[in-house]
Design a protein around this ligand. Structure first.
Ligand SMILES: Nc1ncnc2c1ncn2[C@@H]1O[C@H](COP(=O)(O)OP(=O)(O)OP(=O)(O)O)[C@@H](O)[C@H]1O
Length: 496
């Protein structure tokens, strides 16, 4: 048998607060293979990646590298041994060129020799089968191209194993295809990968072997061939499977227009756009990355102050474009980017969830009403299946997907009439996706209006009554969800 490149044996992790994130995890990654790592939010994937890459120490167990006990205790040490990590948001310096970013932190002679660096970049591009303009400023690149810069950066150290943590979360379908081609090519040259993703189709398409974690334990470890999506879902969510298969609740009777947008535009971004969402209705915006979908939501909410046109909520025109006017009129925006969503990491889940409603929760608007706050927090945990030891634990100790659910919960239980949801299930696991769709349907059933952006059109079909297609900043088509298909939406959004 070939000695695994990396082997984890009975790895355990107990965090300072007492959370047992890993309860004895073993896995082996062979050279030149792509190893999928999947599991529900909070299952322990990031913790395992952090331990393997030297960011966090394990509390117990052994890591082996090429058969010997791994001798690193920092990311730099792991990198020197041949193990590189590419995060979803690898920090790049936007104001520098592609060339400078790729060789950022390189200590060899390449650092000083621009000619040699260009030649090396060309060689790396050849290896991944992707061309990048060496002199282009990184700020001006698409998300996908930036991801590729991060991968090239990792490759400068010629790693034997690359850890990819949700690398496609922000990529368009085309960019995804380019990334997959690059991974396959590198695998052909002997590089191994650990690939963490919530996209099960990707796991099935790309990986050779997969490990499923649940509650800090390995519940499946086997070759990918022969596995189906339902197999994966069962392994990931276990007993929560039933919730996934439930069809959405039937649409409520739709009422009066709650959100009306007329001639809304923003120079260079999108528009003009007209649309209406009625009480009890869920409307989806299907558009590819760069279509202007996020920009449109932000302009409706009021974040884009250069926007022109009219936004009406419950028949009343907003005075000017500002988030304050938006919130006052009854709009809620759940943005995609967690980093910008103002979760206070040191505060408890309870305080974070009730943050937007403190005035209405306060006793005579002076004292926070603890009981009401706790009620909302408990409801959020139950509705969204948030995995946490306690609602009083700091939000910073939650896993990424669970923090995302807290962001969602923040807006859910308040007085808003119109919900603008940007990628509501980004980063959440397959079970929670179903919970969130269920919740969106319940909002509609309670007479709210919901407008959703999601890159996974399947999700729009599952949640929406009606889907609008946004292409290059304009609405180009409209379909009832019941009368269209994934295929048709994809074709319309890409202009085929
Ligand atoms: N720094 C920390 N302090 C305390 N507990 C933590 C910390 N980081 C993670 N945890 C806990 O460890 C468990 C595993 O979290 P981890 O981030 O590894 O999950 P994950 O599988 O990566 O989830 P996701 O899909 O949501 O990113 C969770 O219960 C989480 O709350």
């Amino acid at each position: 048998m070939v000695t695994p490149l990396l082997a984890a044996e009975d790895v355990r992790k107990v965090y300072a607060g007492g959370t047992q994130a890993l309860r004895g995890v073993s896995l082996a990654v062979g050279p030149g293979t792509v190893h999928g790592l999947i599991g529900a939010n909070g299952a322990g994937k990031s913790t395992l990646i952090k331990i393997v890459s030297g960011v966090e120490p394990a509390t117990g167990g052994t890591l082996r590298w090429r058969g010997e006990p791994a001798a690193w205790d920092s990311p730099a040490g792991a990198l020197a041994a041949g193990l590189a990590t590419v995060h979803q948001h690898t920090p790049l310096v936007g104001s520098l060129s592609v060339l400078d970013n790729v060789f950022l932190g390189t200590q060899t002679r390449l650092r000083w020799d621009a000619g040699a660096r260009e030649a090396e970049l060309a060689r790396l591009c050849e290896r991944v089968g992707y061309t990048l303009d060496a002199r282009r400023q990184v700020d001006t690149l698409s998300v996908g191209a930036r991801q590729m810069v991060a991968i090239l950066q990792a490759l400068t150290r010629d790693p034997a194993l690359v850890l990819l943590d949700e690398p496609t979360a922000a990529l368009s379908p085309t960019e995804r295809a380019v990334l997959f081609a690059a991974i396959r090519r590198l695998r052909g040259q002997g590089t191994a990968f650990i690939y963490v993703s919530h996209f099960l189709d990707e796991i099935l398409e790309l990986t050779d072997q997969l490990t499923v974690l649940r509650d800090g334990r390995v519940v499946a470890d086997r070759p990918t061939a022969g596995m189906s999506k339902p197999d994966l879902v069962t392994a990931i969510v276990g007993a929560r499977l039933a919730a996934v298969e439930e069809p959405p609740e039937p649409a409520a009777r739709q009422g009066e227009p709650l959100l009306e947008v007329a001639g809304l535009g923003s120079p260079g971004r999108f528009g003009p756009v007209d649309l209406t969402v009625r009480a009890g209705e869920v409307v989806g915006l299907a558009g590819l990355l760069g279509s202007g979908r996020t920009e449109l939501l932000e302009a409706i909410f009021g974040t884009d102050r250069s926007a022109t046109g009219v936004v009406r909520v419950a028949g009343r025109a907003l005075s000017g474009h500002s988030p304050r006017a938006g919130v006052r009129a009854g709009l809620a925006l759940v943005p995609e980017d967690r980093a910008r969503q103002g979760l206070l990491r040191d505060w408890s889940l309870t305080r974070n969830v009730s943050l937007p409603y403190l005035p209405s929760l306060s006793w005579r608007r002076l004292l926070p009403d603890r009981r009401r706050e706790e009620e909302i927090a408990d409801r959020a945990v139950a509705d969204l299946g948030i995995v946490t030891g306690s609602t009083e634990a700091p939000v910073g100790s939650l896993s990424g997907g669970n923090a995302q659910k807290v962001v969602f919960a923040k807006w859910l239980y308040g007085p808003a009439k119109v919900f603008l949801l940007d990628e509501p299930s980004a980063g959440v696991d397959v079970g929670a996706k179903a919970d969130i769709i269920g919740l969106i349907r319940r909002l509609a059933a309670a007479g709210k209006a919901v407008l959703i952006v999601a890159s996974e059109f399947e999700e729009l079909l599952g949640a929406c009554d009606r889907v609008l297609v946004l292409r290059r900043g304009r609405l180009t088509a409209q379909r009832r969800a019941a009368d269209t298909s994934l295929h048709e939406l994809t074709a319309l959004a890409s202009g085929l």
